[in-house]
Design a protein around this ligand. Structure first.
Ligand code: ASP
Length: 280
């Protein structure tokens, strides 16, 4: 069993020691709890569990505490993929729900498995997801001061390999902040979140760059075709460099390779496979 999670990029990590410690502690706690959960649950169930905990944590830009779009509204996107069945489900720009990843998980059971905007909200309400306001004081003051325009990427993601060798991946985001309303991020696309029976990848970074090189899908395909996870990431990050792209990834293969890398310092992450590792 293997598990890795990310909490997006954190540009202040090098200077703000207090915030760095808070993120290390939060990721360590969530990956430890989620690894315990993985002992008796599938990779798919565990991904939804881990991403829900990340969505609940104010330190990350997903669920509660998400970035606010340029019209003052919070729109959330999340997706989940079952590596075994290759079913992908997601919500794009959903509003006023606490756990977008859980709405995405529910959609795995439907033929129409990616919903956006009002349709996604309607589906969530019909399936018991109550109205939830994800705006925090902190995000509101950042929005009002227009301080968080470009560099506060804190999307979350999780890749899990369960006891029966099955892989799953989930990613959830509040977007990049101050974007044109209804801009679509990579997080609920196969560029930002992709798995098959061989490998699973969750991305963070600039959504448009991630889409331009189909980052998750390309890495998973390369591993499927024989690359190691590291080789596949190296090749895709070389491609990303040609467009001066900004991204970070976490991944696991069915053979148990766990890897993370980023184009810019630095992505915050934690993994657990018997022993805990946290970004430094
Ligand atoms: N990828 C997300 C987006 O472009 C942002 C992030 O990863 O923090 O919306």
């Amino acid at each position: 069993m293997k598990l890795i999670i990310h909490g997006g990029f954190f540009s202040e990590s090098t200077t703000n020691q207090e915030m760095k410690k808070a993120k290390q502690d939060a990721l360590a706690e969530i990956v430890t709890l989620s690894y315990a959960y993985l002992q008796s649950h599938t990779a798919l169930e565990t991904v939804s569990f881990a991403v829900s905990l990340l969505e609940d944590n104010l330190l990350f830009n997903a669920g509660l505490g998400s970035q606010i779009q340029s019209d003052g509204k919070v729109r959330l996107s999340a997706s989940i993929m079952d590596g075994t069945t290759r079913k992908f489900a997601g919500v794009i720009n959903i509003q006023d729900v606490q756990h977008p990843i859980q709405v995405a998980s529910l959609l795995l059971n439907y033929e129409d498995s990616v919903l956006s905007g009002e349709g996604a909200v309607h589906f969530a309400r019909e399936n018991g997801h109550a109205h939830f306001n994800p705006v925090t004081e902190q995000r509101l003051s950042e929005y009002e001061a227009k301080l968080n325009q470009k560099n506060n990427l804190g999307t979350v993601g999780c890749v899990a390999l369960d006891a029966s060798g099955k892989l799953a991946v989930g990613t959830s985001t509040g977007g990049k902040g101050f974007e044109i309303p209804c801009r679509v991020s990579d997080s609920a696309t196969v560029a930002g979140n992709f798995a098959n029976a061989v490998a699973g990848i969750s991305c963070t970074g600039v959504g448009e760059d991630i889409v331009s090189v189909a980052l998750s899908a390309a890495i998973v395909t390369r591993v499927t075709d024989g690359f190691t996870l590291k080789e596949a990431c190296d090749k895709s990050f070389a491609e990303l460099k040609t467009i001066d792209g900004f991204a970070g990834v976490i991944g696991i293969t069915a053979t148990g390779e766990v890897y993370h890398t980023d184009s810019h310092p630095y992505m915050v992450w934690a993994s657990f496979d018997g022993s805990l590792q946290v970004f430094n």
